[in-house]
Write a protein that binds this ligand. Structure first.
Ligand SMILES: C[S@@+](CC[C@H](N)C(=O)[O-])C[C@H]1O[C@@H](n2cnc3c(N)ncnc32)[C@H](O)[C@@H]1O
Length: 219
């Protein structure tokens, strides 16, 4: 387990388990070892825990791009399962507890500033260049220049529509050998449906593993 991953867990900045961090570490090692060109991106930052870990693993001239509303998570749709809808209803009604009894991140004022401060505390300051945040709905913020390249994308945005959207946007710029990690593949039905449909229509992508999350590789 990477030390910085344990540290963000202790600081109650992440929902990721040890197993997910280890698989994420292995994915990062793989793209670095195989010299897959491109940036690291995360869709779904919340309190910043997994993003801090990913940003701490930047090598060479890679950049990190983090995308989130930095506020209340948008609602699921009819394409999501009952578990997702119940989870969202709990959040929307004000009943959600945060990690370790903290205030749930979506209810916190100044979340963007708090997450930025956490990045600084962990030695990966958000400078808008090497490490950049993009605040807003993915639909408004995820626009890649045709010449940009992504080596690794961590999709941690829970519901069907954002997962589908981010997969479709990322594949346009994902380098050969690049990886996309679906954090919620085993947690929320909409994420699994969006992933399965994506794989069925993108034959140049294969499912590398499904535990503890799904990992897709582009050939
Ligand atoms: C489960 S949290 C991310 C957890 C985090 N990666 C960690 O280490 O614990 C999901 C995040 O996705 C964001 N999100 C979901 N749908 C979104 C959308 N359409 N646009 C922007 N952000 C979205 C939510 O605001 C929330 O912060």
């Amino acid at each position: 387990m990477p030390a910085i991953a344990s540290a963000v867990q202790r600081a109650r900045l992440t929902y990721l388990s040890d197993e997910k961090f280890i698989s994420l570490r292995d994915a990062i090692r793989q793209v670095r070892h195989e010299k897959v060109p491109g940036d690291f991106v995360e869709y779904g930052i919340a309190l910043g825990g997994s993003a801090i870990y990913i940003a701490s693993e930047l090598d060479d001239d890679r950049h990190f791009h983090g995308y989130d509303v930095f506020g209340m998570i948008p609602s699921p749709t009819q394409r999501d399962d009952d578990k997702s809808k119940a989870r969202y209803e709990n959040i929307r009604s004000g009943g959600s507890k945060g990690i370790g009894g903290d205030t749930y991140y979506g209810y916190q004022a100044d979340l963007f500033d708090k997450v930025s401060a956490s990045f600084t505390d962990f030695g990966v300051p958000v400078d808008g260049e090497r490490i950049a945040f993009h605040k807003g709905l993915f639909e408004d913020t995820v626009h890649f220049h045709p010449k940009s390249r992504v080596a690794l994308a961590h999709l941690d945005c829970d519901w069907h529509d954002p997962v589908k959207f981010c997969l479709e946007r990322t594949i346009e710029v994902l380098s050969p050998g690049g990886l996309m990690i679906l954090d919620d593949f085993n947690d929320y039905g909409g994420c699994r449906t969006a992933t399965d449909q994506f794989l069925a229509s993108h034959t140049d992508c294969r499912l590398v593993r499904t535990l503890p999350h799904a990992v897709i590789q582009r050939s």
